[in-house]
Write a protein that binds this ligand. Structure first.
Ligand SMILES: Nc1nc2c(ncn2[C@@H]2O[C@H](COP(=O)(O)OP(=O)(O)OP(=O)(O)O)[C@@H](O)[C@H]2O)c(=O)[nH]1
Ligand SMILES: Nc1nc2c(ncn2[C@@H]2O[C@H](COP(=O)(O)OP(=O)(O)OP(=O)(O)O)[C@@H](O)[C@H]2O)c(=O)[nH]1
Length: 483
């Protein structure tokens, strides 16, 4: 576990900008609109060989009637409680606000070291004008420009000097499963993230589009580390006008790209919509593992339509994701939520599966023998050998004489054979065909023949190499004697 540094400050002071500078990434969403940082963001930073986690706390709104205020305040308390050091960011251009006094008082009460940062200072005149900030009752502060990086090094020197060292935990040794939570607006993505984490870390709101930005959360479940990326709802392209929303969709798609397993949430109470299927299609395209979660199950009238009917409708609509398991859950009541990470771990195991070449070739050879592919322009389609070229997802290449002649239905037959024989039921798998012109045809041959054929080819290649080397030496010798 690394020590945590929390960035705190009222909206628009530059928390996200500083956060990005510390983690050297465009992860947090920076915008002029106050309150853009609606939630905490986590990122990893390093300075002077000291690694620490930075939390960008949500914009802390002053208006009490704002729906978000109370929840974000709670989150701020959680962030402060987790942190080893606190950084209060003040706006050097806007000056002090009464709210800064409240925040400073609150942070001081925590008893943790507080670093006061006056941001947006880019010239001497601005620097000379900062006397008012001592009204906070502080002895010193760090004038910086988060945008241009001025003064940040001095802040970091002092900040890391007081931080405890990272403690290695067993959890970090395990491979991390990256999970993306995707779905239409309002299907319950944030609620689910809260369920899986057991504390209210994500702002939940009735209004569609609350989750503006992707955030990363970590959880350890049965000794395995999961990183969850709570993504913004993926909207239909035509409907998106707002700049922010566009940014969010890009991030959602990106999070699918970086994830191992996508949890595709569907609001079962509303029914399965085309948009849900479109989102599922994104997951399929990205080649990640997927779990369908029929959420809001508590609100479904099971008399009218039961689990079986829902699942068969979903299977019908999303045939392309036949390998994705389906679960009925309630992110609100927590019903069956404790099984979601178990399921994700199962998917992940298969997603990273590696088979040895011998077994793979045996499976393919048997399959080809059992059901021969149809002729290609009167000639036999020959399967030479197969190999697994990648995992996540498992990816296989078959070398054949006419790759383009492999019919789609035959490809599907082979994929199904692999799924049954390995077995791989929960992960996408990819099968490619490449051209190979050679004599090593094992279709119809026994395993022993196959082994002999492989050996023969190895010997032939070795002999060729030796002969080449001999003639090279001979040429060299002849050259030497000649000269
Ligand atoms: N001139 C100047 N502008 C800055 C600096 N840091 C941030 N800004 C600008 O201040 C505005 C707000 O910055 P953010 O980083 O989004 O602020 P925030 O505190 O995360 O805002 P919320 O999301 O509302 O909480 C943006 O327009 C930034 O470009 C700085 O060092 N100098
Ligand atoms: N009854 C019921 N309500 C739920 C469930 N899950 C979420 N909700 C409610 O649905 C609404 C939306 O939930 P959120 O978690 O904010 O949904 P989201 O997908 O993150 O929404 P966006 O941020 O708009 O994309 C809230 O009122 C939740 O309380 C559930 O399982 N059952």
């Amino acid at each position: 576990m690394k020590p945590v540094v929390a960035l705190v400050g009222r909206p628009n002071v530059g928390k996200s900008t500083l956060f990005n500078r510390l983690i050297r990434d465009r992860q947090a969403l920076v915008d002029d609109m106050p309150g853009v940082t609606r939630d905490r963001h986590y990122g990893e930073a390093r300075w002077d060989d000291k690694a620490f986690t930075v939390i960008d706390t949500g914009g802390f709104l002053t208006e009490d009637d704002d729906y978000f205020a109370a929840q974000i305040r709670d989150q701020l308390a959680v962030a402060v409680a987790q942190a080893s050091a606190l950084v209060l960011i003040l706006d050097g251009r806007a000056g002090l606000s009464p709210f800064d006094h409240d925040l400073a008082a609150m942070l001081r009460k925590s008893g943790k070291p507080v670093f006061y940062v006056v941001n947006k200072i880019e010239n001497q005149r601005q620097l000379d004008d900062l006397g008012d900030f001592y009204d906070l009752g502080i002895e010193s502060f760090y004038p910086v420009s988060a945008e241009h990086g001025i003064g940040v090094a001095d802040l970091l020197d002092d900040l890391v000097a007081g931080l405890p060292d990272a403690v290695e935990s067993d959890m970090e040794d395990n491979e991390t499963v990256r999970i993306a939570i995707v779905g239409r607006p309002n299907v319950g993505k944030s609620s689910l993230a809260n369920q899986l984490f057991g504390s209210p870390r994500v702002v939940v709101n009735e209004k569609a589009g609350t989750t503006r930005d992707a955030i990363e959360l970590e959880v350890c479940h049965k000794g395995r580390r999961f990183v969850l990326v709570d993504t913004a709802g993926i909207r239909r392209k035509g409907k998106v006008t707002e700049k922010l929303e566009k940014f969010s969709i890009l991030k959602s798609l990106k999070s699918l790209e970086n994830c191992h397993v996508a949890l595709i949430l569907i609001d079962a109470a509303e029914g399965i919509t085309d948009q849900d299927i479109t989102i599922a299609g994104y997951a399929e395209k990205k080649g990640c593992g997927a779990v369908f979660l029929l959420n809001k199950w508590d609100r479904v009238d099971k008399q009218e339509k039961g689990e079986k009917a829902y699942i068969s409708e979903l299977r019908q609509m999303a045939k392309f994701l036949s390998y994705a398991p389906v679960m009925t859950v309630s992110a609100l009541t927590g019903q069956r939520c404790h099984r979601i990470l178990d399921m994700a771990a199962n998917v992940y195991e298969e997603y990273g599966f590696r088979i040895n070449t011998g077994t793979l070739n045996r499976i393919i050879a048997d399959a080809v023998q059992r059901e021969e592919p149809s002729l290609h322009k009167g000639r036999r389609l020959k399967f030479f050998y197969a190999t697994q070229v990648a995992t996540r997802p498992p990816c296989f290449v078959c070398f054949v004489n006419y790759p383009k002649a492999v019919h789609f239905s035959y490809e599907r037959y082979l994929v199904n054979q692999l799924r049954q024989m390995i077995p791989l039921n929960l992960t996408p798998i990819r099968l490619y065909f490449r051209e190979k012109t050679g004599r090593m045809d094992f279709s119809g041959k026994t395993r022993e023949n196959e082994r002999i054929a492989l050996k023969k080819e190895r010997i032939t290649t070795k002999r060729k190499k030796e002969r080449k080397e001999q003639s090279r030496r001979k040429r060299q010798r002849d050259g030497n004697t000649g000269g």
